[in-house]
Structure formats: C-alpha cells, structure tokens
Design a protein around this ligand. Structure first.
Ligand code: ZN
Length: 337
C-alpha cells in the first residue's frame, strides 16, 4: 500500500497577510499529521509538478487565468474582501493545480494506491472567472475535468464545512461528474441548498446536504447512507476526489459544525467502501484550527490506507431525522419539477 502525500515548499509562499486564517502554518500542522497517522511507512512524499495553463483553462476562463498571473507577478493584493494574492501565489497556484494531475498520473501508472494533497491556496470556491473565499484556482476541478476528458466517471465528495460553489458551478451540466457536498447552511458562500440538483444533462448529478450548525457525525453518516449511497452505486465512479476541508471540526474558529477528527476517518472510509473500485485523491481545502487539522489529516490519511484511526472520540449526538427527511423531500421535489 502506497499513499502519496503531495506538498511543495512554494505553497507557503502564497502569503495572505498577518492574522489571516488561511495561513502557511496550516501546512506545518497538516505535515505533523503524518507523524501520528499510524501508517507512516505507507506514506510516500512527493513534490508535484506545476499544471499547464491548458489544464487550468479546462475549468477557468483564459482571460481570468491571465489576469490572475499578471496580478500576482505585479505584487498581488486583495482579490475580494477575504481573498488575497502575493508574488509567490502564482507559482503556488500552478503547483496546487498540478498536484492532482501529478498524483493521478502516478496512481494510474501503478506507483501508488491513493493520494492526499496538502496544497495551498485551497480551491473549491474559485469559479471559472473569479477568485473567492481564499481560493484562486479550483484545484480539484482541474483534475476532475482532466479525468472526464479521458472518459472517466468522477465522484467529488466535498466535506468542507462551506459549500463548494465553484466546483458545483463548473460541473452543474456534466453527467460524468457527480458532485456531493455536505456543509453548514446557512453559511458562506450561501449556495448549496438541497434543491440545487444539477441542470440539463447534469440534472441529478449534484447532491447537496445543507446541515444545521452543530450537526454531528451520526447525522452525516445517516444522510450519506440514505441519500447518497444508492446514487453512488448507480453512478459507479472510476475516480473519487475528496475536497478534504477540515473546518467542520467542532473546534474550527470559522464555522459551527460538530465533527471531530474521528468523524473524518468515518467519512473517508465510508466513501472508499461505497466506491471500492474508484481511485482516490484527497485535496486539502479549509480547516483553521491547527490541532484539529493535524488530527483530522492523520485520520484521513489512515483511512486512505484502509485503517480506522481515531485521535479523539467521535462526536456524540442523535441522528437528526427531521433535518434529513426535509432534505430528502426538498431534493425529490426539485427533481420532479
Ligand atoms: Zn471551508
């Protein structure tokens, strides 16, 4: 068993300013996760190659990519009230967008079984023509689009506490990408309602689980079993990509969800058991409590190796049947409209 761990020294050169939650220190915490993951012997470090502009422009407008490059190289600044770039951000985004392509190539060549990519900046909020929510280029979407171009069927499981609006929008009409997001709602960026189910040929291939604040692991797993499991079976993905944001951890300073690192182990094992033939690549997205990041990364890497590692107990809380039934109803209505 070989689990790739992709990271690059240039990821810390994407500077966000003092006191910004999306800090370079996050990657140090994530790296410490390897030390406590219990499967360190299976972890193989690699430094990803940069993505080509062509690969990035499968999901981004060429004019945006070019404007972002010039903005970074001229010194950077604020892209929106939360999102900034520095001179070092351009190399970082190319290497973050390239990490998935590089990892997938190694997995396809039989050199590894799965990958965890400790990238910065994160990606799932970036839309085709705009940076937002700490994200400049949509890393997971760059890989998904590349895989689709090769005839693959891609499941994207996004358990970041925020809805991955950028990823959803890029594949909203694409039936070869099944986008599943579990997130806090209402919360930034405001999208991700259960009635957002996809458009045109992509109708039915977007599934949102907007959870109340405080939702715990038992409700996540119940919703996945009830709403997502039958659809994954029918979809039969050849690849599973995970937007592994750890900001649904109960200690996260930006959100109010109820998970612990042990729950991230369960979520990762759940999706790997649901699609046993799919190759898995996990991308770091959010997660702003450094100790939670370390423990959650460890739990996720162990799960990629098929092991259940629980650095702390699971969250406790009853299954919120009322919330889950309401989500199910809302999705059914949207699909029958
Ligand atoms: Zn997030």
């Amino acid at each position: 068993m070989v689990i790739l761990f992709g990271t690059h020294p240039k990821y810390v050169e994407h500077e966000t300013g003092t006191l910004h939650p999306e800090s370079p220190e996050r990657l140090i915490a994530v790296g410490r996760g390897i030390e406590i993951c219990g499967v360190k012997d299976a972890v193989q470090l690699f430094e990803p190659e940069p993505a080509t502009i062509e690969a990035i422009n499968r999901v981004h407008e060429p004019a945006y990519t070019d404007a972002l490059r010039r903005f970074c190289l001229m010194g950077g600044g604020m892209l929106d009230p939360d999102t900034s770039a520095s001179v070092g951000s351009w190399d970082a985004v190319l290497l973050a967008a390239g990490a998935g392509l590089d990892a997938a190539g190694r997995i396809k060549a039989g050199l590894a079984d799965a990958a965890f990519l400790a990238v910065r900046p994160p990606g799932h909020h970036a839309v085709s023509d705009r940076a937002m929510g700490f994200c400049l280029i949509n890393n997971i979407a760059v890989l998904a689009a590349d895989l689709v171009s090769q005839g693959e069927r891609v499941l994207i499981f996004d358990f970041d506490a925020h809805h991955g609006n950028g990823t959803q929008e890029m594949f909203i009409e694409e039936p070869s990408v099944f986008y599943v997001s579990a997130h806090q709602y209402p919360l930034y960026p405001g999208t991700g309602r259960a009635r957002e189910v996809g458009i045109g040929a992509g109708r039915g291939f977007t599934l949102n689980l907007p959870f109340h604040s405080g939702t715990t692991g038992s409700s996540y797993l119940e919703a996945l079993d009830r709403l997502v499991a039958p659809l994954i079976e029918g979809f039969a993905p050849t690849w599973t990509l995970i937007s592994a944001g750890f900001d649904a951890h109960r200690r996260d300073p930006l959100t109010e969800m109820g998970l612990t690192s042990a729950d991230f182990s369960d979520l990762t094992l759940w999706v790997s058991h649901m699609a046993p033939l799919a190759k898995i690549v996990a991308f770091l997205e959010g997660g702003y409590d450094l100790a939670a990041l370390e423990q959650s990364t460890a739990a996720t890497i162990a799960a990629l190796a098929g092991q259940s590692l629980k650095p702390e107990p699971n969250s406790d809380g009853a299954i919120d049947i009322e919330m889950i039934s309401a989500l199910e109803e809302s999705r059914k209505r949207a699909l029958s409209d």
